[in-house]
Design a protein around this ligand. Structure first.
Ligand code: TIU
Length: 225
């Protein structure tokens, strides 16, 4: 089965494909978290939630591997490079107390994934200190252990953690399909440009498709099997 995608159809093989949901945490998509401390309008990310809920439900029904990631740091911030901690002039820094707990710290309410997309107990959650999902994590080893070679990538933000993860994955030999309406940015122009960069040059980093195209292929796959 194939997903109609840019720049050409993406081969769908459920046994070797994982749905990856990047950083759908309160810290990024709700007020009072890390995203807002950086000066962003977090309401811009809300449009990602309904289509991503549908995709998550469909992937669970199809029995696909589902992996969630969370960006954040251990409570003593020993895994937060000073360069990240001191960057810019946010209203609150990583580790400062905020309305949803300490900003971007593991175990805090704000650090966790939003209720609408809460992981099931058997789904893998990768805690990552950086923007990419491979750096400083067991993500690569977990994919290898499961025989996963293809990633359907969703989450936030398109040009930061989604892009970094797709670039890291692409260099490691993974085939990545990014779902355009299941990713989002605080900067709509960056979202559009970020998606265009992935599919340009014959798919230099991977493929891009709307979730509808992915869901159609998934439904056909289930009928066929
Ligand atoms: N600031 C921003 O756009 N994103 C991040 O800091 N992290 C993620 O993208 N998850």
């Amino acid at each position: 089965m194939q997903v109609e995608a840019d720049p050409y159809p993406f081969e769908l093989d459920l046994a070797t494909t994982a749905l990856v949901i990047i950083d759908m945490q309160r810290d990024f998509v709700e007020p009072g978290g890390f995203g807002e401390t950086l000066g962003n309008d977090v309401s811009l990310l809300q449009s990602v939630v309904p289509p991503l809920r549908k995709v998550l439900a469909a992937c669970r029904t199809a029995g696909m591997t589902v992996i969630h990631t969370r960006e954040g740091h251990v409570p003593d911030l020993s895994d937060c490079p000073p360069a990240k901690l001191h960057r810019g002039a946010p209203s609150l820094r990583i580790g400062d107390p905020g309305p949803k707990g300490r900003i971007l710290v593991r175990g805090e309410y704000g650090h966790d994934i939003i209720d609408d997309l809460a992981p099931l107990p058997d789904e893998l959650v990768i805690d990552k200190p950086g923007k990419g999902s491979f750096h400083g994590t067991s993500f690569g080893a977990e994919l290898e252990a499961r025989g996963i070679t293809r990633l359907v990538v969703t989450g936030v933000t398109t040009e930061v953690c989604v892009h970094t993860t797709v670039r890291e994955a692409n260099d490691r030999g993974y085939e990545c399909l990014v779902l355009s309406d299941c990713t989002g940015s605080y900067f709509p122009a960056f979202h559009e440009a970020g998606l265009a960069m992935i599919a340009a040059q014959g798919g230099i980093f991977g493929w891009v498709a709307p979730s509808g195209a992915f869901l159609s292929a998934l439904a056909l796959q289930e009928v066929a099997s």
